[in-house]
Ligand binder design. Structure first.
Ligand code: PEP
Ligand code: MG
Length: 558
């Protein structure tokens, strides 16, 4: 028996036989073309064929994993119409007289390399999308169609170097018990789809995953990120038991998570979810979310080559609002910049992107795109409990300017006689230390605060949240952080406003009793953390939590 360690991508345990998927390597030959017109026509045919295939895959994915996750294939389709890409490929064929395969392959590699070089893990993962689309067109140019994953006819665990979005979408999911891949991180599409489908998955195993043979017996523990190859009888029995226990625990936790988050002595707080799209909203409700404390709207802006229109945004927000009914839905306005870049929005080179032109700072300049988003949010909120939240507010002037633009958006909708939510709560993320320190000033002009500890910690401790070398400073329970949180909660309450938290800290089992004791009103976290968070809150009395908070505040270090 061998034990391989990778990245836990989707929780769950499964035992089954390996199916090793090795896509055919396409050999790209290069030659000089005499008739560039004919070569361009070949390219065009391959592009058309690819578009037809992608449209079919898109429909299949919509049914299986939902509209939002399936949107990746819309992005693939759009990429095939990208004028810059097409011009480059056609230019190479016409001017350099190279064949279509070579021209396309060079252009795709150029694009993928740009994504490869990006800091942000999510954006880096997009290089795989670009290559995926490129491979499809190349396959069509070379006339080598193969879709073995669509043909699976018995239950297997799929083992691969990497799985592209198209591979995953085309798979016969009925027959897939689990995934394990050599490449990929937690935000790769394989990981995202596995979580939505509830299929256990381990990714990022490294090349050792490729030593697995077809038919090997495997155990996947997706929660621990472990794969066991050719396990002995005793291990098999142990994992069969763990698998049964996992399923029972998951089902029980989901039932318990539907209970309200009330302490033993009756103090009620809200436990809500951080989501990115309508699919994660659906999952959040299953895990007992009482609403949404943070909708990261970036999902609509990433993975594409042009800005989303107001209409498109409206539809996306509206779908989530409808799912939430009258539950609270906090929509955060665009938080781009820092480690999140958009290929179609030139932020320019910055020495310190996290301290640079980011989030509200950018939106206050680019009022065209900011107001389109605000109008979309207000329209989506009609008849629902939608709240607007501005990220990265540092002072009251930024807040006033953002609120003025929201008022303008409202007036424009009124003038156009379009239905919209006339009353929405307006809040800010407290994630810049200046905002936390002057929270009493800001509290006068908002309806709520949501503490963004992911950034608040990095800025307070002066440690880049993406830099491993300074990770030791990234301490949610550091006395400086706890004091800031206390200050923010007190300032909000003194002004009669509610305060939530949507940084990762809100779902941290160790932090929850302290935050409860400090008087936090709303805890917003990843859906899977909700059952345990509610169980912790239900196990405590407010007085106990206050005692724990007081103790934590008195300690010199954690
Ligand atoms: C935060 O900073 O805590 C937060 C929730 O925002 P993000 O992680 O998207 O920066
Ligand atoms: Mg933040």
């Amino acid at each position: 028996m061998r034990t391989l360690k990778g990245i836990a991508a989707s929780a769950g345990i499964t035992v089954g036989k390996a199916y090793v998927y090795r896509p055919v390597e396409l050999a790209i030959e290069r030659w000089r073309v005499e008739d560039s017109e004919a070569e361009l026509a070949r390219l065009q045919r391959a592009l058309e064929e690819s578009k037809e295939q992608l449209s079919e895959i898109h429909v299949k994915a919509e049914v299986e994993v939902g509209e939002d996750t399936a949107r990746i294939f819309e992005a693939h389709l759009m990429f095939l119409d990208d004028p810059v890409l097409l011009e480059e490929v056609r230019g190479r064929i016409e001017k350099e007289r190279v064949n279509a395969e070579a021209a396309l392959s060079d252009a795709i590699e150029g694009y993928a390399a740009i994504f490869d070089a990006m800091e942000d893990e999510y954006m880096r993962a997009r290089a795989a999308d670009v290559r995926d689309v490129g491979q499809r067109v190349l396959r069509n140019l070379l006339g080598s169609g193969e879709e073995p994953l669509a043909e699976l006819s018995s239950p297997v665990i799929v083992v691969a170097r990497d799985l592209t979005p198209s591979d995953t979408a085309q798979m016969n999911k009925e027959m897939v018990q689990g995934f394990c891949t050599a490449m990929g991180g937690t935000t790769s599409h394989t990981a995202i789809m596995a979580r939505i489908l509830g299929i256990p998955a381990v990714v990022g195993l490294g090349d050792v995953a490729l030593s697995i043979n077809n038919g090997d017996t495997l155990i996947i523990d997706g929660g621990e990120g472990v794969v066991k190859v050719a396990p002995d009888e005793e291990t098999l029995e142990r994992y069969a038991r763990l698998e049964r226990e996992f399923k029972v625990r998951r089902d029980e936790a989901k039932v318990a998570a539907q209970l309200p988050a009330r302490t033993r002595d009756g103090h009620r707080v809200e436990v809500v979810a951080n989501i990115g799209d309508v699919d994660s909203a659906r999952i959040a409700l299953e895990y007992g979310a009482e609403g949404v404390g943070l909708l990261r709207t970036e999902f609509l802006y990433l993975d594409r080559t042009t800005m989303p229109s107001e209409e498109e945004q409206y539809k996306a927000y509206r779908a989530i609002a409808e799912l939430m009914g009258q539950r609270p839905l906090v929509i955060r306005t665009l938080d781009i910049g820092g480690d999140k870049q958009l290929p179609y929005l030139d932020i320019g080179d910055e020495l310190n992107p996290f301290l640079g032109w980011r989030a509200i700072r950018l939106c206050l300049e680019r009022t065209d795109l900011f107001k389109a988003q605000l109008r979309a949010i207000l329209r989506a909120g009609h008849g629902h409990n939608v709240k607007v939240m501005f990220p990265m507010i540092a002072d009251v002037d930024e807040l006033r300017r953002a609120k003025a633009l929201l008022a303008e958006a409202r007036a424009e909708l009124e003038a156009a006689d379009v239905p919209f939510a006339s009353k929405v709560e307006e809040g800010i993320m407290v994630e810049v230390p200046a905002a936390a320190i002057a929270a009493d000033v800001l509290a006068q002009e908002v309806d709520f605060f949501s503490i963004g500890t992911n950034d608040l910690i990095q800025y307070t401790m002066a440690c880049d949240r993406t830099n491993e070398k300074v990770a030791y400073l990234y301490q949610p329970l550091h006395p400086a952080i706890l004091r800031l949180i206390k200050r923010v909660i007190e300032a909000a309450h003194q002004a009669g406003k509610w305060v939530g938290m949507c940084g990762e800290m809100a779902g941290d089992a160790e932090a929850i009793p302290i935050l409860l004791g400090l008087g936090l009103d709303e805890f917003s976290m990843n859906a899977v953390a909700i059952p345990e968070a509610k169980a912790i809150i239900r196990s405590l009395s407010l007085a106990e939590a206050e005692g724990i908070a007081a103790k934590a505040l008195s300690l010199p270090e954690v």
